[in-house]
Design a protein. Structure first.
Length: 90
């Protein structure tokens, strides 16, 4: 956002807006992935009680499927490893 504001033109271009939207979406997705994996780790370690959401996440990861919460950010029919490769490219 700072780079967009630093430009001479005060009106952001459509590319700038798209880039900001993609950055927000990726930051939200990465935050969700990090938080859910940390919670699952703590649940498996015994520091937290296992919830239904944690069990669904563990089952999805075991079956190489995209967890529903993660897939809601950008839907895909790919398996988890291929989805993750695409995420890294994005």
């Amino acid at each position: 956002m700072e780079k967009i504001e630093a430009k001479n033109d005060p009106i952001p271009s459509p590319y700038d807006i798209f880039c900001l939207q993609e950055c927000e979406k990726m930051n939200s997705l990465l935050s969700e992935i990090t938080g859910s994996l940390e919670g699952l780790y703590m649940g498996l370690d015994g520091a937290l009680n296992m919830t239904d959401q944690m069990e669904l996440l563990a089952n999805s990861l075991t079956l190489n499927r995209i967890p529903d919460k993660w897939g809601s950010f950008y839907p895909s029919k790919k398996s988890l490893p291929n989805w993750f490769k695409e995420l890294k490219l994005r």
